[in-house]
Design a protein around this ligand. Structure first.
Ligand code: CA
Length: 496
């Protein structure tokens, strides 16, 4: 089987001009040539901020750029038709499409309702403050531009568990809350059910039914192949298994499901996998933090432990690895960008090893430049495209196969080899990484490769390395860099 590679086709600051679906459609065949097998597209439904909204502030799940709501017909990324055309282009190039599913909250209600709420302590949400009191809040969603097409469900205060009024956090006293938040996996702040906006009440059976109906409509309308599930830590863990089983049964097929459970504690990730019966793969957030720390520590980081405590180490089959995403970008909620010098190293660690499935982030291929301001702090951000990572993606597609042997035996220089397989011409590679000075690693590609010559496809080192009679050689690497040694005359760029 070919190696699988996911590509996240957006970043937080992607242009608001409404061309993302068209741009993605045009890139489908190029991404296929790099070995991309699944593409993750951003939330496709109308957000509270209309055509400016990145999509995570969900307003109307049924409006995929089709109705004049929140100031425009299209979303930040384009129209429904353009979205459907984009998905078709990926399918024509053999790439599956993952939809970004944001069901924890809704924002931008159409009408106010007078409701009773209970204020809670923001740092300990199980702790109630004072007596219940009435407020007027935008908890009613009637979607005036859609006029009941596809669904006439009206979201109201019975569909939500919590709101925030003037920076307080309030539990809505509806008939399902019974004065308590839902049991969610996130235990920060006592109970992390509430994240933002109007928090969806999953104990309400009508809400669950509506979300299943929507899931079926969405899957049918768009033809998507899988789901990237947002904010799992804040959602009742019973809900998604029920939702996914319903869709699997309805469409008689399996969907790739990847969840965002943002926690730097692998034990919590493993527990969630167990709770949800291994239906949902998870992003390896602990590994992201290992990379982030390693990029800041430089030579004082012990590279031989770079995978320690990651989901990839504990449960590789369900681990989705990544370096950065839209949330870890500067000034975003989980700001922790891996520093530039370390990014090629980190990508080698996710693209060229056997374990886990990697997800490559948009700016790596296309770059990203933007000014952003948050809380009065202004920052210019420039992420250059990294051509060496496109090369590594091709190496993953064609060469990174066969037995893997690790040489994680030095704090500043580590390496591993893939022996290659018969079915893939010229497959096999040797990877060496250094986070301090120039280094060397003596490694064996296996005796069947004796006397073959290897070159660094990343172009860091210009010399050739010849394997000895046992198939062994000493591979060099520059300081603070990665070299990926492949068999000479492989012509990676010309292979399909
Ligand atoms: Ca919630």
């Amino acid at each position: 089987m070919n190696n699988q590679t996911i590509f996240q086709f957006f970043h937080w600051y992607y242009s608001k001009e409404g061309n993302l679906w068209n741009h993605a459609k045009e890139q489908a065949s190029y991404l296929a040539s790099l070995g991309v097998t699944q593409v993750w597209l951003p939330p496709a439904y109308k957000g509270a901020g209309g055509a400016d909204d990145p999509g995570y502030a969900v307003y109307d799940l049924f409006d995929l750029g089709e109705f004049d709501q929140k100031g425009r017909v299209r979303t930040r990324y384009g129209t429904l038709q353009e979205y459907q055309d984009c998905i078709r282009a990926f399918h024509e190039n053999g790439i599956k499409v993952l939809a970004d599913i944001v069901l924890n909250h809704k924002i931008g209600g159409d009408e106010k309702e007078r409701i009773w709420v209970q204020k809670v302590d923001a740092e300990d949400r199980n702790k109630k403050i004072g007596e219940p009191y009435p407020v007027e809040a935008y908890t009613k969603f009637i979607f005036p531009g859609r006029k009941g097409k596809y669904s006439n469900y009206i979201w109201d205060w019975q569909s939500f568990a919590g709101i925030s009024v003037d920076k307080t956090i309030d539990l809505i006293l509806n008939e399902y809350t019974n004065g308590n938040w839902e049991n969610v996996p996130g235990t920060e702040n006592g109970n992390y059910d509430y994240l933002m906006g109007n928090d969806i009440e999953f104990r309400n059976p009508y809400v669950r039914e509506e979300l299943k109906k929507w899931g079926a409509w969405y899957t049918e309308t768009t033809g998507i192949d899988g789901y990237r599930l947002d904010a799992l830590k804040h959602i009742n863990p019973d809900f998604y298994p029920e939702w996914l089983d319903f869709l699997k049964d309805r469409f008689k097929r399996d969907f790739l499901c990847i969840g965002e459970y943002w926690k730097n504690e692998v034990g919590d990730l493993l527990k969630y996998i167990e709770t949800t019966g291994s239906r949902i793969q998870l992003f390896d957030a602990p590994l992201h933090y290992n990379f982030y720390q390693a990029s800041r520590k430089g030579a004082s980081c012990d590279l031989s432990h770079i995978l320690a405590g990651s989901l990839t180490e504990k449960h590789p089959e369900l681990s989705i690895t990544f370096i950065d995403n839209h949330d870890t970008q500067p000034l975003q909620s989980l700001q922790s960008p891996v520093e530039d010098w370390f990014r090629p190293i980190a990508y080698a660690l996710i693209l060229l090893r056997e374990q886990a499935t990697p997800c490559v982030f948009y700016p790596v291929l296309y770059g990203a430049k933007y000014f952003d301001e948050r809380n009065g702090e202004k920052q210019y951000v420039e992420l250059p495209a990294l051509s060496c990572i496109a090369t590594m993606m091709r190496a993953r597609k064609h060469l990174a196969y066969g037995k893997q042997t690790d040489y994680f035996d030095h704090p500043n220089t580590i390496g591993w080899i893939r022996e290659g397989v018969e079915e893939k011409e010229n497959s096999g590679c040797a990877v060496v990484i250094a986070n301090s000075q120039e280094g060397y690693k003596t490694m064996s590609m296996g005796i069947r490769h004796a006397r073959r010559v290897m070159v660094d496809c990343c172009g860091q080192r210009k010399e050739k390395v010849e394997l000895n009679d046992q198939g062994e050689a000493t591979f060099p690497v520059n300081g603070g860099a990665v070299s990926v040694w492949i068999f000479e005359n492989t012509d990676l760029d010309k292979r399909n």
